[in-house]
Design a protein around this ligand. Structure first.
Ligand SMILES: [Zn+2]
Length: 117
């Protein structure tokens, strides 16, 4: 469940007693999907739930969504890193053949970075 929906309720968080212990897993935690699936399997093994119960179906879907979102975030970060790596670290030019003029101590000069060859 998304944080905003969990806090709005009805949810585990809004149903929890004021002095009851709770444990929250964040979607960016690489261990969260595994922990959620282990919890769901434990509920089934203990006879507390059936695999088709809404709570269990939602748990497996949550774990899957977390994995998809972590993968998408990792892909975006890798793409951004790749893009940044192709740029001059000093003038941010995306093309080694382009030497943009830079302001340096009051004078305009061609970017001297080795990125430009
Ligand atoms: Zn440059």
């Amino acid at each position: 469940m998304r944080k905003r929906d969990e806090l709005r309720g009805p949810s585990c968080m809004t149903n929890a007693l004021d002095d009851e212990m709770v444990f929250v897993l964040l979607g960016r935690d690489a261990a969260a999907p595994l922990a959620i699936r282990a919890w769901a399997e434990a509920r089934i093994a203990l006879g507390l739930n059936e695999r088709t119960d809404e709570k269990i179906v939602e748990a497996f879907k949550c774990a899957e969504t977390m994995e998809l979102e972590m993968t998408a975030t990792a892909l975006r970060a890798a793409e951004e890193k790749k893009k940044r790596a192709r740029r001059c670290p000093r003038c941010d030019s995306p093309d080694p053949k382009r030497h943009p003029a830079m302001q340096f101590e009051g004078e305009v000069q061609i970017c001297p970075d080795s990125f430009h060859g």
